[in-house]
Write a protein that binds this ligand. Structure first.
Ligand SMILES: [Zn+2]
Length: 865
C-alpha cells in the first residue's frame, strides 16, 4: 500500500525569492555556494526547515528583509532520511514578518546525473574535459543548494555563477552582467526569473559552441553543443523555433522568457528536461546529422523538442501542485508534443504513430495489476521518481486524446487557453483543468474523466448481436493481461465513449457507455451492415472484443477500415490472445489481410506483435524457432521484395522507414538475400564507402552482420561504437553488440557494458539487447544477479530509474515459472526501494508470458506451417 501522507516541509514560512551564488570547480569536481532565501512568515516560529541533500553546511544565519546584521543559528539539525535541514534561532520570528535565511555550503559535482553534477567528454583535441550541469526534477535541487524543494513553493531566482573566463555559464535567464573578479575568473550574473518551482531551475558551465536564430515573436533560440559540433544542432534549432511559435499561437500566450537555450549533455539520465529557458537533452535527442543520421533519430529529435517546449507553458508556467498530478505535466506535454510534430511534419502520419507507440505502451502497462492510477498518491523521492512511466506519459496522453475526440479540438483548445490564463505563474491540480474545460464545453468533464485518472486499469468492451435485428449488446469489464480478473477487481465502471462506426452507413455515434452493460440500437439491421466497429479511429483508451460473427464481418471488409481502425483492431486482437480471451491463431490469421499499402506505421504494429510471439518461444526447440523465423521471413520478405535493399532519391520518409523495418525483421529472421546484401554493404561501408548503406538501415545492418557473422564483424561494429561521433550510429552499434549467437561474444558484450567505455545512461542498450536475444536471455539474467552490487552502487542514490530499466530488460521476457521464482528469491533480501515498481511490473510481465506460452504454444506452432 502507498501511504497518502506526503513528506513535506513545515509550512510556517514561505519563500518568495532566492539570491544564489555558485562557484563550480571543473577540475576538482566540487562547488561552493551561498544562498539568501527571502521568505514570508505565516506562523510565528523560531525554526525554519529547508531541503538539503549531500551538501556540507558551512554557515547558517538569519537576516532582516533589508539585510542588516546576521543572527547566527542556535543550532542546525539534519534529518538525512527526509533530507530536511532545520535551522533553529534564539528568538521567534513573528507572523507577518519577512526574513532572509542565509546558507554557505559546499558540494560535490557528482557523477550520478542528479543535482549539480559533472559530465565527462573528450574535446576536439582529444583531451578529457568536464562540464557541470544540473538535473533537479523531481527532488534534486536540494543537492545543489538548500531550498524549499516542492513544486508549489514557487519563488523568483537571481543566480550568479563564478567561472573561469573561457567557460560559458548558462542558466534559465539571460546574462545581464559579467564582472571580472580577478585570477582569470568572472561573475556571470543572470536576470531574475519569473516565479517558478525549484525543480525547473538549471545552470550549466563548460566549453560550448552554439547556433542561434530568432522566432518571429522575437525570442532568441540557441542550441548549445560541445565545441566543433554546432552544426549538429541546426535541425533542433529550426524545429525549436517553429515549435515555440506554434505553441505561442496554440496557447494564445507568449513564451514568457526572453530566450530559450537547448543544450546537449553527454551524460544525462532522462531523455530531456524542460528547465525553464534552459532545456537539457541527452545528445541523441538533440543532435542530428542531416547526411549521416537515421530518419528515426530525426523523428525522435522533433518529438522530444516538441515535448519539452510544450512544458514551457504546461508545467513551467502552470505547475502541478504536487507530484500526484505529475501526469498533468507529462500526459499533456506528450499529447501536445505529437501535435507539434504533426504540425511541422504532416507527412509522417504522426497520429497513427501515436496509436502504435504511445497508446499501446499505455495500454500494455495498464493491463498489469502492478500498474497505478494516473493520479497516484506519492509521498517521498523514492515513490515520486518511479511514476515517470508509461501511465503518467502514455496513458495520460491517451486519455487526453480521448477527451479531445469527445469535446472537439477547438473547444478543448479554448479550455486549455483559459486554464493557462487562470493559473499562470501558479500551481494547479487535475480538477482545475477539468473545471476550465467544463466552462468552455458545458460537458461534465470531471465526472467523465475521474474514471480514467483516479482508477487503475481500463475496460475491455465486449460486443455481440442483441435479440432484435438492429440491436447490439455491450458490456464492460476490467481488462488484465493475466486474464484472471477477480470479481472484486471488476467492480469499477468507466464512462466509455463508444465511437461506433458501421458500414455502409457510417453512424459515428459518440454515445457514452455508463453502465456495466447496455443494449444499443443501430439505425440498420446488423445483417445488412458490412461491418460494425467500436472505438472509431482508436480514440478511446480501451480494448474491444467482438462476437465471432461481428469479427467475421470486419475481416471480410477489412480494406474498408481506416488505418486507425486497422491498427487498433490488430492490437486488440493480439492483446486478447495474450490474456487468453481468444486463441493466438486468431490474430495470426489476420496478418494476411495486410499489404504494403497499409504503410510503415501499421507494419510497425505487426512487427511488434510478431516479435512478442517470437520472444515467447525462446526456450522452445530449434525446430519451432526456425519455423517462426521462416514465418517472419515470408511476412516481411513480401514487403522487402517490393521495396528492395537500395534507396531511391524519390523515396518519401515513410517508405524509407518501411524498407528499414522489412530489412530489419526479415533480415534478423535469417532472410538469405537480406543477410547477403547486408554483409556486402557492411564491408563496403567499413572500407570507407559511406554511400553503401543508407543511414536509416545502418542499425539493422549492424545487427544482422553481427548475428550472422563472426568475431570479425563483431569487432568491426565495436570499433564503430568506439570511434563514431554520430550519436544514433553509436547507439545502433552498441545495441548490435547484443545480437551474436555465441556465448563468448555475448559474455564479452555484457562485460563491456560495465566498462568505462560506456556511459551509465547507455548501459541498458547492450544489456537489453543481450536480454532480448534468445541466445543471451539467460546470460543477461545471470549477469544481473552476478553484478547486482556494482549496478546498485552505480545507480542508487542518483538515477535509480536507469537501473529499473536494466532490471526490466533482464526479467520481463523470462516467460518461465522457474526463472520468475528465481527472480523473486534473488531480490528477496535486496534493497529495492527505488525500483520496486519496475521490478513488480517486470515480474508480472514475465508471468503473463509464461501463462500465454503454456496455453498457446501448440496453437502458435500450428500457424507457422
Ligand atoms: Zn515531459
Amino acid at each position: 500500500m502507498v501511504n497518502t501522507e506526503r513528506d513535506i516541509i513545515p509550512s510556517q514560512v514561505k519563500p518568495y525569492h532566492y539570491d544564489l551564488h555558485l562557484t563550480p570547480d571543473l577540475q576538482k569536481h566540487v562547488f561552493s555556494g551561498r544562498v539568501w532565501i527571502h521568505f514570508d512568515v505565516h506562523e510565528a516560529t523560531n525554526s525554519v526547515s529547508v531541503n538539503a541533500h549531500e551538501l556540507k553546511l558551512l554557515k547558517a544565519g538569519l537576516m532582516g528583509e533589508k539585510g542588516g546584521e546576521m543572527r547566527k543559528a542556535k543550532e542546525t539539525k539534519y534529518d538525512r532520511k527526509k533530507q530536511v535541514l532545520e535551522t533553529v534561532f534564539e528568538e521567534k520570528i513573528e507572523k507577518g514578518a519577512k526574513g532572509v535565511l542565509y546558507f554557505e555550503f559546499e558540494g560535490i559535482l557528482n557523477d550520478k546525473m542528479a543535482g549539480f553534477y559533472r559530465s565527462a567528454y573528450t574535446d576536439e583535441n582529444g583531451a578529457k574535459k568536464f562540464m557541470a550541469v544540473t538535473q533537479f526534477e523531481a527532488t534534486d535541487a536540494r543537492r545543489a543548494f538548500p531550498c524549499f524543494d516542492e513544486p508549489a513553493l514557487k519563488a523568483t531566482f537571481s543566480i550568479t555563477m563564478q567561472v573561469e573566463k573561457e567557460i560559458t555559464a548558462l542558466s534559465n535567464m539571460n546574462v545581464t552582467e559579467m564582472n571580472d573578479v580577478g585570477e582569470g575568473k568572472v561573475d556571470v550574473v543572470f536576470a531574475k526569473t519569473p516565479v517558478m518551482s525549484t525543480y525547473l531551475v538549471a545552470f550549466a558551465a563548460g566549453e560550448f559552441d552554439f547556433t542561434e536564430t530568432e522566432t518571429k515573436e522575437g525570442v532568441k533560440v540557441r542550441v548549445y553543443t560541445l565545441k566543433g559540433q554546432k552544426e549538429l544542432g541546426r535541425f533542433a534549432l529550426d524545429v525549436g523555433a517553429k515549435t515555440l511559435s506554434y505553441f505561442t499561437e496554440y496557447f494564445d500566450m507568449p513564451y514568457p522568457l526572453p530566450k530559450l537555450d537547448m543544450i546537449a549533455i553527454p551524460d544525462f539520465a532522462a531523455g530531456a528536461m524542460e528547465n525553464w529557458g534552459l532545456v537539457t537533452f541527452r545528445s541523441i535527442y538533440l543532435l542530428f546529422d542531416e547526411e549521416k543520421s537515421s530518419l528515426r533519430a530525426k523523428q525522435n529529435v522533433a518529438y522530444v523538442v516538441g515535448h519539452e517546449l510544450a512544458h514551457q507553458w504546461f508545467g513551467n508556467l502552470v505547475t502541478m501542485d504536487w507530484w500526484q498530478d505529475l501526469w498533468l505535466n507529462e500526459g499533456f506535454a506528450t499529447w501536445v508534443g505529437w501535435l507539434a510534430v504533426d504540425f511541422i511534419f504532416p507527412e509522417w502520419e504522426i497520429w497513427l504513430g501515436f496509436i502504435n507507440d504511445e497508446q499501446q505502451r499505455g495500454l500494455a502497462l495498464d493491463s498489469l495489476r502492478s500498474s497505478h492510477p494516473i493520479e497516484v498518491p506519492v509521498k517521498n523521492p523514492d515513490e515520486i521518481s518511479q511514476i515517470f512511466d508509461a501511465i503518467s506519459y502514455s496513458k495520460g496522453a491517451s486519455v487526453i486524446r480521448q477527451l479531445v475526440a469527445y469535446l472537439g479540438e477547438e473547444v478543448f483548445k479554448k479550455g486549455i487557453r483559459s486554464y493557462l490564463k487562470k493559473h499562470k505563474f501558479g500551481n494547479a491540480a487535475t480538477r482545475d483543468l477539468w473545471k476550465s474545460l467544463e466552462e468552455t464545453s458545458g460537458e461534465p468533464v470531471e465526472e467523465m474523466m475521474k474514471f480514467w485518472t483516479r482508477q487503475i486499469g481500463f475496460p475491455l468492451i465486449s460486443v455481440r448481436e442483441g435479440n432484435k435485428a438492429n440491436e447490439i449488446l455491450i458490456e464492460q469489464h476490467r481488462y488484465l493481461s493475466t486474464g484472471d480478473v477477480k470479481p472484486v477487481e471488476d467492480k469499477d465502471l468507466w464512462f466509455v465513449p463508444l465511437g461506433i462506426s458501421s458500414m455502409p452507413k457510417t453512424t459515428q455515434n459518440s454515445n457514452l457507455l455508463t453502465t456495466k452493460s447496455s443494449i444499443i440500437e443501430i439505425s440498420e439491421n446488423i445483417e445488412n451492415l458490412k461491418f460494425l466497429k467500436l472505438n472509431v479511429n482508436q480514440s478511446g483508451f480501451y480494448r474491444v472484443k467482438y462476437s465471432d460473427s461481428l469479427l467475421e464481418k470486419i475481416k471480410n471488409n477489412f480494406s474498408e477500415l481506416s488505418k486507425f481502425d486497422k491498427i487498433g483492431f490488430l492490437a486488440d486482437s493480439f492483446a486478447l490472445a495474450v490474456s487468453g480471451n481468444i486463441s493466438t491463431t486468431k490474430p495470426l490469421s489476420l496478418l494476411n489481410l495486410f499489404s504494403i499499402q497499409d504503410g510503415f506505421i501499421i507494419w510497425s504494429e505487426i512487427a511488434q506483435r510478431i516479435q512478442s510471439v517470437k520472444d515467447l518461444l525462446w526456450q522452445e526447440p530449434e525446430s519451432v524457432k526456425s519455423k517462426c523465423n521462416q514465418f517472419i521471413q515470408n511476412l516481411f520478405g513480401s514487403i522487402y521484395d517490393k521495396l528492395g535493399f537500395e534507396f531511391n532519391k524519390s523515396d518519401d520518409d515513410l517508405t524509407i522507414l518501411l524498407r528499414n523495418l522489412a530489412i530489419s525483421m526479415a533480415g534478423k529472421a535469417g532472410h538469405p538475400e537480406i543477410v547477403e546484401k547486408s554483409k556486402i554493404g557492411f564491408n563496403k561501408f567499413i572500407n570507407g564507402d559511406e554511400s553503401a548503406l543508407h543511414p536509416s538501415i545502418i542499425g539493422s545492418v549492424f545487427s544482422i552482420v553481427v548475428k550472422f557473422g563472426s568475431v570479425v564483424e563483431y569487432e568491426q561494429v565495436l570499433k564503430i561504437y568506439k570511434e563514431t561521433q554520430i550519436q544514433d550510429r553509436k547507439l545502433a552499434a552498441l545495441s548490435a553488440l547484443g545480437s551474436p549467437k555465441t556465448e563468448d561474444l555475448l559474455q564479452k558484450t555484457l562485460q563491456f557494458a560495465l566498462s568505462d567505455e560506456i556511459r551509465s545512461q547507455d548501459v541498458v542498450y547492450p544489456i537489453g539487447s543481450v536480454a532480448g536475444n534468445p541466445y543471451g536471455r539467460l546470460l543477461a539474467f545471470k549477469f544481473l544477479q552476478d553484478n547486482w552490487d556494482a549496478l546498485y552502487k552505480r545507480y542508487y542514490g542518483g538515477s535509480a530509474a536507469l537501473l529499473g530499466r536494466i532490471v526490466q530488460a533482464c526479467v520481463q521476457d523470462l516467460a518461465s515459472d522457474d526463472f520468475i521464482r528465481a527472480t523473486e528469491m534473488f531480490f528477496k533480501d535486496k534493497d529495492i526501494s527505488s525500483i520496486s515498481r519496475f521490478l513488480q511490473q517486470a515480474i508480472e510481465k514475465a508471468k503473463v508470458s509464461a501463462a500465454w506460452l503454456k496455453r498457446d504454444a501448440k496453437a502458435i506452432e500450428s500457424c507457422f506451417k
